[in-house]
Design a binder for this molecule. Structure first.
Ligand code: THU
Length: 129
């Protein structure tokens, strides 16, 4: 299985475990790091709505907790016929650990639909220079 298929399968599995009783919108995310490891996350909602967290935040937290810091590629899977793009906060989270070659794939139940660089998703991200 190639890396894109693996990312898709992992993100789809993570989405099936998402906790989204308020939006009924399950999202999964999978990261392949530069060191060759895979990490996953899903959205975790809360009855106090703003306390919910996105799938990408979970996958990034898992990557960091496991000692990795560089995202080679990241896939966002929406358990839906529609497609989603990451929220603004997650674009900033991704950019923290991305480089110019990092690829972000967008997928839904029909498969992988689009791909972007982190810079395309969030040009002029917050940084000091
Ligand atoms: N969500 C994600 O997990 N990732 C995204 O890229 C966009 C939105 C979640 C947040 C919320 O739990 C649900 O999807 C509906 O917005």
């Amino acid at each position: 299985m190639n890396n894109i298929d693996k990312l898709f399968k992992l993100a789809q599995e993570a989405a099936s475990n998402a906790y989204a009783p308020y939006s009924n919108f399950k999202v999964g995310s999978a990261i392949l790091s530069h060191s060759g490891h895979f990490y996953v996350g899903c959205n975790v909602e809360n009855i106090a709505y703003p306390n919910g967290s996105c799938a990408e935040a979970g996958a990034i937290a898992s990557m960091i907790a496991n000692g990795d810091k560089q995202i080679k590629s990241l896939l966002i899977y929406a358990d839906s016929q529609t497609l989603i793009t990451p929220c603004g906060a997650c674009r900033q989270r991704i950019s923290e650990f991305a480089n110019k070659d990092t690829i972000i794939y967008l997928a839904n139940s029909k498969g992988v639909q689009k791909k972007y660089t982190a810079n395309e998703l969030l040009p002029n991200n917050f940084k000091e220079f």
